[in-house]
Design a protein around this ligand. Structure first.
Ligand SMILES: *[C@@H]1O[C@H](CO)[C@@H](O)[C@H](O)[C@H]1NC(C)=O
Ligand SMILES: *[C@@H]1O[C@H](CO)[C@@H](O)[C@H](O)[C@H]1NC(C)=O
Length: 258
């Protein structure tokens, strides 16, 4: 695990190494003028002014024991890039270079969970920096590991990144179950949906839609009802069909309740 302070350490050491030793006196003179250009050219130090998030992160949600990750950041270096993942906040990418225009960008801002088989699977960070006519986005998959760290990065589709985040916090087989994280009210709704499914009163599609409504109500998924343009690039096939189902499901729910 590397905290934010850890990011700055290597640079600090570099500066120190250049000013200490036999030329320490000359070095001390230099340190006065060096930070000016060093700071401007440094992709990390300049990060605050360079990276402009498009949206504010969604609320912290999901399993209570994962909330302790909020406010922390984890970095991972692969080839010439450093990735920095701040759970429930953002993910950024920084080119490891002293070039004045070294790339530094936002790969996504925390938006919603991906839920598969009633289990939290991944965190979606969306609305990152523009990439052609879409925005970069990143899926961070949670996997069991001995310590909390980023483990892998890939770009399965252009500007859609996939990282895995290893943590001991998800090793227990029940640690990512959705049901126990719900309020009593939503658990009761879920029970009713299970019963309706058991009695064949709803279709599988209707069942999935009603569940999706619960996950939206709980704040785990972003509501698709207010979304004006479905973003094809962000959604898998299942996501698309879920959305279609959602309209049907909502109808059913309205009819049932009226
Ligand atoms: C990313 O999240 C961290 C941790 O919450 C925060 O300090 C930083 O300002 C964020 N960066 C951007 C570009 O949003
Ligand atoms: C879904 O979870 C159940 C039990 O939690 C398991 O038996 C089943 O194999 C899982 N299905 C898939 C597709 O992962």
């Amino acid at each position: 695990m590397v905290d934010r302070a850890g990011l700055f350490l290597p640079w600090f050491i570099l500066v120190k190494m250049s000013i200490l030793g036999p030329y320490s006196f000359a070095g001390k003179m230099k340190i006065v003028e060096e930070p000016n250009t060093f700071g401007l050219n440094n992709p990390f130090l300049a990060q605050g002014s360079r990276l402009q998030p498009k949206v504010t992160p969604g609320p912290v949600s999901g399993p209570a024991h994962l909330r302790r990750l909020a406010g922390k950041c984890f970095s991972y270096i692969e080839s010439t890039y450093k990735y920095e993942f701040c759970p429930f906040h953002n993910i950024t990418q920084h080119e490891q270079s002293f070039r004045w225009n070294a790339y530094s960008g936002i790969l996504g801002i925390w938006q919603e969970w991906e839920i598969v088989n009633n289990t939290f699977l991944a965190m979606w960070m969306r609305e990152g920096d523009a990439c052609g006519n879409k925005n970069r986005q990143t899926k961070v998959i949670l996997t069991c590991g001995g310590s909390s760290k980023l483990a892998q990065v890939s770009e399965p589709t252009t500007c859609v990144y996939s990282l895995s985040f290893e943590t001991p916090l998800v090793c227990h087989p029940h640690s990512l179950l959705v049901y126990p994280t719900l309020s009593d009210k939503l658990q009761i709704e879920w029970d009713e949906i299970e019963q309706a499914r058991y009695e064949n009163l709803i279709t599988e599609q209707g069942y999935n839609n009603l569940l999706r409504d619960i996950f939206e109500d709980a704040g785990f998924l972003k509501s698709q009802k207010v979304k004006e343009k479905p973003d094809i690039t962000t959604t898998s096939k299942t996501h698309d069909s879920l959305q279609k189902c959602n309209e049907v499901g909502s109808l059913e729910r309205i009819q049932n309740h009226s």
